[in-house]
Design a protein. Structure first.
Length: 192
């Protein structure tokens, strides 16, 4: 976020403004300007990819109660509030922040998310000793390698079909045949 904000703050990083009445005066951005902008997008994508999938599980780990029914109710409440706040954040981002960017400029429009991100990071770091942290039992890298190995080893295995054409199911599950319902709805979506 800071890198993206700097693209609006530093004069040499911004491409020159064009005169709409004279398009021949427009200059395209330099490779350094592109590099800085794309680097900001890459870092934001990596950060979001690392935080978003983990925040929900981390929040659910904080609910610690021995009573199963209380835990289920608290988890349902937590998930409801989590998704409500996530949607609220998106709504604020696409309304209030865009309004601020339009009326007060990109510096302020990108500066406010930077300040909010700083506050959220600071509050996370300050409260870190209070969090309940799950102990890691297995290496993530080892599990990933095991999955890749087994998938590679079993890549040519064909599941046996029963005589009537239905699929093989383990663990005494009901034998089912694939239907055309999903296939029909997917084709309908693509046809639109």
């Amino acid at each position: 976020m800071i890198l993206l904000w700097l693209t609006t703050m530093i004069r040499d990083v911004k491409p020159p403004l064009c005169d709409p009445r004279n398009p021949s005066t427009c200059k395209s951005p330099t490779p350094i300007q592109y590099t800085l902008l794309y680097s900001a997008f890459a870092f934001m994508s990596i950060g979001a990819g690392g935080v978003r999938p983990c925040s929900l599980a981390f929040g659910a780990d904080q609910i610690d109660t021995k009573d199963v029914t209380k835990r289920e109710r608290r988890l349902e409440s937590f998930f409801g509030w989590y998704y409500s706040m996530a949607i609220m954040g998106v709504m604020i981002a696409i309304t209030a922040i865009v309004y601020i960017q339009d009326h007060h400029g990109w510096r302020v429009g990108f500066g406010i998310p930077v300040i909010l991100m700083f506050i959220s990071t600071l509050s996370f770091v300050v409260a870190y000793p209070l969090y309940y942290k799950m102990k890691v039992e297995k290496s993530l890298f080892t599990s990933l390698c095991q999955v890749i190995y087994v998938a590679w080893k079993n890549r040519r295995i064909e599941l046996p079909k029963l005589v009537d054409g239905s699929w093989y199911n383990k663990n005494d599950a009901n034998v089912t045949k694939p239907t055309d319902n999903l296939r029909y709805s997917i084709y309908t979506c693509f046809a639109l």
